[in-house]
Ligand binder design. Sequence first.
Ligand code: ADP
Ligand code: ADP
Length: 233
Amino acid sequence: TPILELMDVGKSYGNVHAVRGVNITVRQGEVTCVLGDNGAGKSTLIKVIAGLHDYTDGEMRVNGEIRHFPSPRVALSSGIATVYQDLALAPLMSVWRNFFLGNEMHKGILGTLDTKSMKRICGTELSKMGIVIPDLDRPVARLSGGQRQCLAIARAIYFGAKVIILDEPTAALGVKQSGVVLKYIVKARDAGLGVIFITHNPHHAYLVGSHFIILKLGRVVLDEHRDRLTLEQ
Ligand code: ADP
Ligand code: ADP
């Protein structure tokens, strides 16, 4: 079973149909890219999947079961985590503190693990994914944009995410930092996560995508698997 399925999903704000008739299947070990211009419905779609808005039509299934997410917390406890572009990191706090911050469900950890263990876990999780941050006591503000994205993704994975939604993770980054994040997306994919990669950048999508969806005025106008997009026909 795919981990997440949207079946004919629609979301209206009053009589504005922000998205309608959307079918998307997210599988573990795949990167599903969602592309589309401003107003195409990308944010609305993320909000539905992340539990910020309920859908008004169709069905959303998680592991085959119909689900509605009344809040982001419920989405998170079903393994669906969103990593926003502006990041939920506290810039003045250290890297390792940030790694454990904001995980309401796992608050117990802060009381039960000592500083040394938390630093060790943080360092191990980052290095597993190929990110080396030599000084974990350094404030997050001193990291590069790419490192901050990777930290936020690593944290979501460590705290049990099965699907991560990345909202324009490379939009504010240059070539080199984008490369860091794209590599990280591939690592997350290869670790068995389902990745939903929202981007304006078709080149970035093509570099890491397994599956490509283009939204236009709230509808899916292209839905192709990577192996159907070969250059020689
Ligand atoms: P994107 O993220 O691709 O730019 P959005 O999901 O933000 O697209 O918007 C899709 C459509 O829904 C747009 O026409 C937008 O004006 C409308 N829309 C988005 N949010 C709201 C809202 N809260 N109330 C009314 N209309 C909205
Ligand atoms: P919430 O209930 O989560 O506050 P809203 O529907 O009020 O959600 O708005 C969600 C987001 O969409 C907000 O950031 C808001 O500024 C934006 N928004 C609201 N109306 C529109 C619209 N007509 N077009 C595009 N975006 C909108």
